[in-house]
Design a protein around this ligand. Structure first.
Ligand code: NAP
Length: 478
């Protein structure tokens, strides 16, 4: 092993370790920001490793450096620009787009190597058959990830709706035909027909569209998480194609992390992965059936009444939901809770695993507003606390606080783990009207005697609440 190789492998090893630490750190709110930086540093080191490789003349021809620099500049600029401009509510679409880019990269790398094979020296650790199988896997998974992610992004953006015919069982026939086409093309490629990679690209691309097109909006974030996992698998396969241990390890980690997240989301929504993938737009069709339930006992109250009840409370739990994110009310909420805390009222935040439109959505929003991490409580931790709570403030959340999930076996939500807010003494639900949540069904919480609706945009209501609390003299020293 020469000095360049030693430097390169050391950089790769550090990058992999940092990436592993980054992924581990992302599982905790407190360490998530630092973890994100570690993972970004790992990626930067991975790129540096490629440069060392190419300076040492190990694999990449010297005249390729301009292309590498161009790729880095264009990719980094687009990434930085997107990250700055995208609102938090559009994160799922952005993640879908990034997954699609990952899938496309692996796809292009595999096509490139299939058409212009690398020298043996640059791919010493894989033999020919491993490389060819990897090319087929990389193209297959990469193309599915690319087209599936683009469809997911377009649906979430509202550019594409679910066509009626895709809810018909005939879609399974199409998807099975596309899968069979991929199998035949792969086999043909492996026995020497290199031109059949194009057939494989087309078949896999169509399969990606065929699988994601019928899926309803409510299930889309699960699909995005699964596609994220696929992009890792495609990258790992591309690692075998070009002989990069770093890509194999990083891809495998992303693949495994995405799969675990998919499972967590399915559990949080009480859906099985098979029903998400093959059940069509169940979420939306069920919703229209069940949304017909009528409310019979709605009590609404003013912001002033809400402030008076809060003033007398000792323990308050905030339940943030998608509506809080839409209203961008996290900073006003933080001001309100600062005032409550200044009046010795104990405040915590109940975070449902699928509150918002993607995992971690609420944690990121609240961290942005400087909510102390220790006040964020996960559902299983906070559920036993509701009976001893004076006031629960539900802010733009709906499905995640619907008692039907526990009490009504006929409800589409039945079995979904929810926050037991109805156990508290008083519940205030802040939302603009009586519209349903993501699942489209009636919420039995709103009819309960201890629930009062405070109608209005979450930011406006919280702003008014802040004024009322201050007028009551609460948190005057704040
Ligand atoms: P939700 O069930 O979608 O309800 C959000 C509520 O916010 C709506 O009822 C809406 O009622 C209200 N709202 C909207 N804009 C508002 C505003 N500006 N001010 C005040 N209220 C506003 O949200 P959730 O309880 O957070 O539940 C999340 C849902 O997303 C779950 O069904 C979950 O399964 C699904 N989901 C989440 C994930 C994830 O990973 N987080 C993934 C997949 C699916 P009004 O229109 O009447 O105001």
């Amino acid at each position: 092993m020469n000095i360049t190789e030693i430097i390169k492998y050391s950089i790769d090893l550090i990058a992999v370790l940092l990436l592993a630490l980054g992924i581990k750190g992302l599982s905790k709110v407190r360490s998530a920001r630092e973890a994100n930086r570690l993972a970004a540093l790992a990626m930067a080191l991975a790129v540096a490793g490629v440069f060392v490789d190419f300076l040492g003349g190990l694999g990449i021809p010297f005249n390729s450096w301009l292309w590498i620099l161009l790729g880095i500049s264009v990719g980094s600029s687009l990434g930085a620009l997107t990250a700055q401009r995208v609102p938090m509510t559009s994160m799922p679409e952005t993640v879908a787009l990034f997954n699609g880019c990952g899938g496309m990269s692996s796809l292009l790398v595999a096509i490139g190597v299939a058409l212009f094979p690398l020298s043996d020296q640059s791919n010493a650790f894989t033999n020919q058959i491993v490389q060819e199988v990897s090319i087929a896997v990389s193209i297959f998974v990469g193309a599915i990830t690319f087209t599936g992610s683009i469809v997911a992004m377009a649906k979430l953006q509202g550019w594409l709706s679910t066509p009626e015919w895709t809810q018909n069982k005939v879609r399974h026939f199409f998807n099975i035909s596309f899968a069979a086409l991929c199998l035949i093309a792969s086999f043909n490629f492996l026995i020497g027909g290199s031109s059949s990679i194009w057939l494989l690209v087309i078949g896999s691309g169509l399969l990606g569209i065929g699988v994601s097109l019928p899926i309803g909006g409510a299930d889309m974030p699960v699909v995005i998480s699964l596609l994220n996992s696929y992009s890792g698998v495609a990258a790992a396969a591309a690692g075998f194609v070009v002989g990069s241990q770093l890509l194999i390890v990083a891809g495998a980690m992303v693949g495994a992390a995405g799969l675990i997240l998919t499972q967590v989301m399915c559990n949080g929504m009480n859906r099985s992965l098979t029903s998400v993938l093959f059940g069509g737009a169940l979420g939306s069709s069920n919703s229209s059936e069940s949304s017909s339930g009528e409310y019979t006992n709605i009590t609404s109250c003013s912001v002033e009444e809400c402030a008076l009840t809060l003033e007398a409370a000792e323990r308050v739990i905030i339940v943030p939901g998608y509506g809080l994110a839409v209203a961008q009310a996290q900073h006003t909420l933080r001001e309100v809770t600062r005032v409550l805390e200044a009046n010795q009222i104990e405040v915590s935040y109940a975070i449902h695993p699928v509150a918002g439109r993607m995992p971690g959505h609420m944690n990121v929003l609240l961290a942005e507003a400087d909510v102390p991490y220790e006040q964020l409580k996960e559902m299983d931790v906070i559920n036993p606390d509701f009976p001893a709570t004076d006031v629960v403030l539900v802010l733009g959340a709906n499905d995640v606080v619907n008692p039907q999930a526990k009490n009504d076996p006929s409800s589409p939500l039945y079995g979904m783990p929810v926050l037991d807010v109805q156990e508290a003494r008083t519940v205030f639900v802040v939302k603009r009207g009586m519209s349903a949540g993501y699942s489209g069904i009636k919420n039995d919480l709103f009819d309960l005697a201890n629930t009062s609706m405070v109608f209005g945009d979450a930011k406006k209501v919280l702003g008014d609440l802040l004024i009322e609390l201050k007028e009551l003299g609460i948190g005057a020293n704040n």
